[in-house]
Design a protein around this ligand. Sequence first.
Ligand SMILES: Cc1ncc(COP(=O)(O)O)c(C=O)c1O
Length: 406
Amino acid sequence: MVNRWYNIAADLPYPLPPPRDPDEGESRIALLSRIFPQALLDQEFTAERWVTIPEPVRGAYAKMGRPTPLMRAEALERLLGTKAHIYYKYEGVLPVGSHKLNTALAQAYYASIEGAVEVVTETGAGQWGLAVSLASALFGLKATVFMTRSSYLSKVQRRVLMEVYGATVHPSPSGVTEAGKAYGGDHPGSLGIAISEAVEYALSHEGRRYLPGSVMEFVLMHQTVIGLEAMGQLPEGPDILVACVGGGSNFGGFTYPFIGAMLRGEDYLKVRFVAAESAAAPKLSGGRYDYDFPDTAGILPMIKMYTLGRGHVTPPIHAAGLRYHGAAPSLSLLRKIGVVEARSYGQDEVLSAARLFARAEGIVPAPESAHAVKAVIDIAGEAPEGAVIAFNLSGHGLLDTDAYAR
Ligand SMILES: Cc1ncc(COP(=O)(O)O)c(C=O)c1O
């Protein structure tokens, strides 16, 4: 059982560009301490390489099923006729079905010990909202979730599960906030708009804190339990590591412990790190590296990242968790300096790859995770004999059968 998180900021060859206020208007940076629990803000900017996981969070990790398994996909290898070895770390065994619980538990814990009574967030497919709903139930907090309208309508089971855990769920854009009222009632919504709504709602009451599901550095740091466990579980040194990217949290969580060892010159020096994103939101493959707002309304400070522009309206694809215009600053920097490669895929080829994986390995991947599956299948076709490919299967798709049906 891992007892500390890894912070890649300690090993990056360049300092991370800090958040910035836009030229006009009130300071967004000053707002941060009213939005986030203070412990999380401290973690966002810490230079410490290792951060101890508080005992109650470690206990919750164990109770929820960590460490998660790492498995070899031998049947998939046979089906593909590849001589590469394929391994996957499986986060779908957690009760909410995805990696999102790793940071939700940590964030809810810090919010609770700082006296918050309610936590607020946005969600796309519902994976993050579900993780926050369970984590807040465990740490005695009320949860309010703004869910992108297209998912609210298509992912009914996840919404119901959030309510089972005690959360209140609003379709976004909603009539609850000014940021939401700016749009029509039939707008499909986007993660950017939902973030704006959640932040505005959090700011309107002192006892509320906003919990982000991705992009922030502390989120990626909490997720490093995935990669740290995988390091101890892999029976052979990897040549290629793959994960999908929405905002970058499962990718960072899985790969950063390996990338850190590589940047320190200790190990994994020849490993390739491949990010699989949606062709509908291809920020790492087709975006620009610049300061932009992480939320559509521009309430939060600007961060330097690969971005498609905060106004980018991604079509309502099945992998709703990948419908985001930007990527975490550390991941963006690693992409900029060539440590991370990116590939983007359309949803038909992705869901075909997922069906192949399901028939071989028995697990139906979440549409988001299926992007990594597709990348792995392509890479296995190009890889030399004996190459070791490991990927993060960030979640299962048992509540995404609507996507498979369509
Ligand atoms: C199962 C799953 N994988 C991946 C993602 C993408 O997010 P991130 O890039 O932060 O891991 C999501 C987002 O909702 C998700 O639900």
